[in-house]
Design a binder for this molecule. Structure first.
Ligand code: ADP
Ligand code: MG
Length: 434
């Protein structure tokens, strides 16, 4: 839900629209293949405003630390002001009925008897049902609801609309009055939903960032310990995301190949280096002295991961010091490593980074996300965001034949009830995030 220029609506306008659609019964008409729209227990009642709840969950962009999450390493994502919102009315029945205004689709599922089914076609509602399944598996009570959702997170661009959908769902589903586990645990529950129920083999970064985000901060996440430290963003730099307009083509088989190459590397090194469980445990010198036991491609993958972990920590340090030159170098090294060693970039991503680094005021540019398409992330001197947008709009379409999108984003808090609607949430909304 963005206007023609890709600008999200003001929060009040967005909330009003969602509440209106909820009162009107969700989708404007019943959808083929989905449940019919309408309020619980009847078609024509209006929503009981006192029982309405609004929840939100942000997408994320990763500043640096790519493909390190499943190697038990470090990542540095930012939860961004591109969000999925759900307006809902709790339902006494153990049923969920949800309308995605973006897809103009309504779907429903019962909360009882949910089970992962590998043959399932990954429907959007599976992210919601999977979250309900995973919460129940973790012993968390869930409630039924009827709701409508809208989103300003572009779908399938690598800004993690899927994790935003899971985290928003986890808040919508939470039974009132039950203490909520902390963000790290909720992230693991949502990741399990995506891995096991939806059937997408993702790491934990996306859900963690959406759950635990902190305004004005990136999150240094340790994907082994499942802990995070907020890292302040330099006040004089903006984060600008450039969407290449080419869908991610890192299909699950390419992703799984990279994962098994990394696992093989860790296993071969562990035969000579006791204590190595994952590439997280391998330092650059250790890799150098064991390189000869690794097949060349595996060595390249390992080199990327091992140095990327080092770059994540160096980036946190450079952000603290406001060292723009170091940030530029680290972003460039990460991009080159993903392109040449991990081999997950694309001509479009390379073109986008090439344009960005030629624009005065751009401090650093690199591909972000799993690769082969999707977005780049840029650190840009505040006030120079438009110059980057103009350069991309002027040059990128001619180079690729594709239509790019450019979003300046800000770091926001992680998922939760919408402030201003807190009073309308029955029972305890759970402990504050952090
Ligand atoms: P991303 O990089 O955006 O997370 P994924 O392929 O992991 O890409 O997840 C995208 C999927 O998440 C969509 O295909 C859809 O099933 C679901 N999804 C995301 N946003 C919405 C939305 N606004 N409405 C319905 N489903 C959505
Ligand atoms: Mg996703």
């Amino acid at each position: 839900m963005t206007d023609a220029a890709g600008v999200p609506p003001a929060p009040e306008e967005r909330a009003a629209r969602l509440l209106e659609r909820l009162a009107a019964g969700g989708a404007s008409a019943s959808q083929p293949g989905g449940a019919s729209a309408g309020l619980p227990g009847g078609a024509s009642e209006t929503a009981d405003a006192d029982r309405i709840v609004l929840v939100r969950a942000p997408g994320r962009v990763n500043l640096i630390g790519e493909h390190t999450d499943y190697n038990e390493g470090l990542v540095l994502p930012v939860a961004i002001d591109r969000e999925i919102w759900i307006a809902l009315q709790p339902w006494d029945e153990a049923m969920v009925e949800l309308t995605s205004l973006d897809l103009s689709r309504t779907a429903s599922f019962p909360l009882t008897g949910l089970t992962p089914n590998p043959a399932r076609t990954r429907s959007w509602i599976d992210y919601v049902a999977g979250t309900a399944w995973s919460m129940q598996e973790a012993g968390l009570p869930v409630r039924g609801f009827r709701g409508v959702l809208d989103s300003t997170v572009p779908v399938g661009s690598g800004l993690s609309s899927s994790a935003a959908l899971e985290m928003a769902s986890s808040w919508a589903l939470a039974a009132p009055g039950t203490p909520r586990p902390d963000a790290a645990i909720m992230a693991a529950i949502a990741q399990r939903a995506e891995n096991r129920y939806v059937g997408v083999n993702c790491g934990i970064m996306d859900q963690f960032a959406s759950a635990a985000g902190r305004a004005g901060h990136a999150l240094l996440i340790d994907c082994r310990a499942n802990t995070f430290v907020p890292a302040p963003m330099p006040a004089d730099l903006s984060v600008v995301v450039c969407d290449t307009g080419s869908p991610r083509r890192l299909d699950s088989s390419a992703y799984n190949t990279r994962r098994s190459e990394c696992e093989l590397g860790a296993r071969l090194i562990a035969e000579r280096e006791p204590g190595v469980r994952a590439l997280r445990d391998v330092e650059p010198e250790m890799l150098a002295r064991n390189r000869e036991v690794l097949p060349e491609v595996v060595a390249m993958r390992c080199e990327h991961i091992v140095n990327e972990d080092v770059r994540v920590l160096a980036t946190v340090e450079a952000m603290r010091e406001g060292d723009r030159e170091a940030l530029g170098r680290l972003f460039a090294a990460s991009h080159a490593s993903l392109r040449d060693l991990f081999q997950v970039s694309s001509p479009e991503l390379d073109a986008m980074v090439g344009i960005a680094v030629s624009v005065p005021g751009v401090v650093g540019a690199r591909m972000t996300g799993a690769g082969f398409g999707g977005c780049t992330v840029n650190l840009v001197e505040r006030g120079r965001e438009e110059a980057l947008r103009e350069a991309v709009m002027a040059r990128y379409p001619g180079m690729t034949g594709l239509r790019p999108s450019v979003y300046a984003v800000t770091a926001v808090d992680g998922a939760g009830p919408l402030p201003g609607y807190q009073g309308r949430i029955e029972g305890g909304a759970g402990p504050k995030r952090g």
